[in-house]
Design a protein around this ligand. Sequence first.
Ligand code: UDX
Length: 439
Amino acid sequence: MRVVVVGTGHVGLLTAATLSAIGHDVVGMDEDEEKIEGLTKGISPFFEPGLSELIDKGTTAGTLRFDVAPEAVGGAEVLFICVGTPARVSGEANLVAIERSARAIARHLSGPIVVVEKSTVPAGTAQRLWRVLTLERPDLADEIEVVSNPEFLREGQAVEDSFRPGRILVGARSERGFDGMRRLYGPLIESGARLIETDIATAELAKHASNAFLAMKISYANALARLCERANADVTAVADVMGSDPRIGRAFLDAGLGWGGYCFPKDLQAFERLAARLGYDFPLLREVERINDEAIVAAVEKVKDALWNLEDKRIALLGLSFKPGTDDVRLSPALALARKLIDEGAEVVGYDPEAGANAKSDLPELVVAPGVYDALEGAHCIVVCTEWDEFRSLDLDRAKELLAHPIIVDGRNLFEPAEVRGRGFVYYGTGRASDPGMH
Ligand code: UDX
């Protein structure tokens, strides 16, 4: 099918590349000329394992191309809207980009089309989208079908999630909408992807509900971490016990610096604001956010406990991205921690396998080291902020030589306490029993 994808960010680019790889003729559109120019040369605007190869495959086969001109919409059978829906100061989702892109493409529509709302949006947005499109093009009112098809990609595993999605969720109001999406995703469905079909509002709301639940699960683990630190219990062992119950599941029970990224923070706030707008107060969601903020403060307290005054201290952060496998630092807990440590007068140096440049532009006061051992040179303590695999094999003896003090605050419970303490380090885990030797 002829597909146009509006917005070539984390969602749009994966959508365009995946659909071209399963046989569709795809145009990726973005108003950012520089981004489109780079993509035409096969340069992805962000790091995502396997994405560059997927883009190359599509552009080489001629099934994927990129364009800035809205005219490229002409002749499309399916049009995806994958533009950003950032949080306003109020917490409401900012849907200006959705409306703006709808108006920009409307005049170029040329016949029956399924317009797919893939950006994460509050329930009721598809209705708005349909009204904007049909007001711009009353002549096509019977030809325009708006459906909701929320994405469930995880950054760092997005290519994997695109080809083996846990489920494909489609919300539509007519058979024509469902039929178009069944044809579009046919190859993925044939290879086992589960297709769930609902009404539109259900699909929109289910996306917010899913992300808010995952954030809640992590915050629950972080609240348990605070409790375990007081009870001298081990939150990772508690999580293992809980997770052995299939009704709970072990995933997303890892206590640490908490959740960040472009999705959870904005989706949780947007969901809470949507509930309020619909007349339902949802305080649980505010508590999920409070516990998450508390996780950063708890890490700062550990650094202070280890170092006393932070002025004149150099602190090395291992990991700057919001999670491993990505160069994305948007609302990264590592940078939230760095800001607090800098505000307390510390010199903060960070290293990240992929996100160093993005971290530096996001937080210019941060010193970014070219390698993990460069970051440790003369540092008074290490704080593990992102659990990159590279850090699991850190040479602890070499690290001890480089550090001013052999102290590790493990913000992601990456290390085994006994092993690290056995190598002469003072070790602070997250929600883990304190050092028996410490008083
Ligand atoms: C999330 C959802 O998982 C995905 O389905 C949705 O489409 C987009 O938002 P993503 O934001 O890419 O994906 O990352 P995810 O792997 O969910 O992690 C989000 C944050 O939670 C990261 O900061 C991660 O470090 C943190 N996290 C995750 C924890 O702190 N503990 C955990 O146990 C799991």
